[in-house]
Write a protein that binds this ligand. Structure first.
Ligand SMILES: *Cc1c(COP(=O)(O)O)cnc(C)c1O
Length: 391
């Protein structure tokens, strides 16, 4: 089956016949559904006690939260705003987890008042503060400790989160000491498990294998000193194919979950959690943009389009490469730099890519923009907010 977002004629008609403003984000409802379904199915084929918490920061649109709910997923939040967005969209608090290195008092209070499932704590000081604020409210806060396992996610260094040089999590040795000598003092904290999240856009299965091995070791070490663990949260980070989106619209979730289900020795004695973001939503979105101008300098053909880093910052921020097509039907092929209109030299969406000869008012499609696109958009240069459509 070809999904509508990969059907150029459909997209062209959708924009031109309907007079839609560009740039805009378009999401393919069928592909979204099929992706959530595939993840749900693969999870349950590999585990009988595991949950996915959709990492809402990838895309906070209510329709997508709705879909997560349909597939019995919880929500992984990294701010108070995200917790409120999940609750507004009828996610039960008992299905919400809350991570982040810098939780404010206000955010901690929201989470406590709403009785979310678990805080994923990233420093000992944070645990102290949660304990104190929970005591003031006569609450017991359930917490997991986010471990920094010092594993190289082999991804772009801006999206690696699990090495000692990264700001996230607490070292295992510190955690183990804390659990043995300090936890007892915190009467308003209930320690329920360990959380891990080593990075994003991870394509190398061996990264998840090393993570699983590390978790086995940590689990055993704590077991030996009598510390009980009810929950293991492996985080998210599964990568997608940015090069060939239409050939690989849905990632191999089975392969991903199998890595953990085969490698994790204690899978039948704890509840297991995953926090997938990108892999659930990235391929279902595209940005459609109109060509404003073409300009040829001594060196380069520039296509200047009406979408830029304000709609998709990933190329500027992470040197990310998104597949781009032109809907021009010209037979000549030319090499282009595709650039946005923003007054920043880094506002480049692609360099030296081959496209059919493309002119003013031709449409450009940028693929794999369902995740970390709209949510990272800005009004820089006082640009209007681009619309989102579900087809
Ligand atoms: C961002 C994030 C995720 C999701 O990462 P993806 O790469 O989008 O799957 C999961 N857990 C935490 C704690 C995160 O911050």
């Amino acid at each position: 089956m070809t999904y509508k977002i990969f059907n150029n004629k459909y997209i062209k008609d959708f924009i031109t016949l309907d007079n839609k403003n560009t740039p805009c984000y378009i999401y393919d409802t069928s592909l979204l559904k099929d992706t959530f379904h595939a993840a749900y199915k693969a999870l349950n084929e590999n585990f009988n006690n595991a949950h996915i918490h959709y990492a809402i920061k990838a895309n906070t649109h209510p329709k997508i939260i709705e879909l997560a709910k349909e597939y019995s997923m919880g929500i992984d939040c990294v701010s108070g705003g995200e917790i409120l967005q999940a609750l507004d969209n009828k996610i039960p608090p008992s299905n919400i987890v809350f991570a982040g290195v810098g939780k404010t008092n206000q955010e901690i209070d929201i989470a406590l008042e709403k009785d979310i499932f678990s805080f994923n704590c990233e420093s000992i000081q944070e645990i102290e503060v949660i304990n104190e604020r929970a005591r003031n409210k006569n609450k017991i806060a359930s917490i997991c400790i986010r471990i920094n396992p010092n594993i190289d996610a082999k991804t772009h260094h801006y999206i690696s989160t699990g090495q000692f040089d990264d700001k996230f999590g607490i070292a295992f040795s510190t955690t183990s000491e804390f659990l043995q000598s300090q936890l007892g003092e915190f009467k308003n904290i209930k320690f329920i498990g360990l959380h891990y999240h080593v990075g994003s856009q991870i394509l190398d299965r061996t990264v998840f294998e090393s993570l699983t091995n590390t978790v086995n070791k940590h689990f055993e070490t704590l077991l030996n000193i009598g510390i009980k663990i009810e929950h293991i949260n492996f985080g998210g980070g599964l990568g997608i194919d940015y090069t060939n989106p239409s050939q690989n619209p849905i990632v191999d979730f089975d392969n991903y979950f199998e890595t953990f289900s085969k490698g994790f020795k204690f899978k039948n004695s704890v509840q297991i959690h995953f926090e997938l973001g990108r892999s659930l939503v990235a391929q279902s979105g595209i940005i459609v943009s109109n060509v404003l101008f073409n300009k040829t300098t001594h060196l380069t053909n520039f296509l200047i389009i009406d979408a830029g880093m304000t709609e998709l910052i990933r190329p500027a921020l992470y040197q990310a490469k998104h597949h781009i097509e032109s809907l021009s039907i010209n037979k000549n092929i030319k090499k282009y730099h595709v650039v946005g209109p923003i007054c920043e030299s880094s506002d480049i969406l692609a360099k030296n890519i081959e496209l059919p000869e493309t002119n003013r008012n031709d449409l450009i499609v940028i693929y794999s923009t369902g995740a970390y696109a709209k949510v990272l958009s800005s009004q820089y240069n006082l640009r209007p907010s681009a619309s989102e459509y579900f087809i």
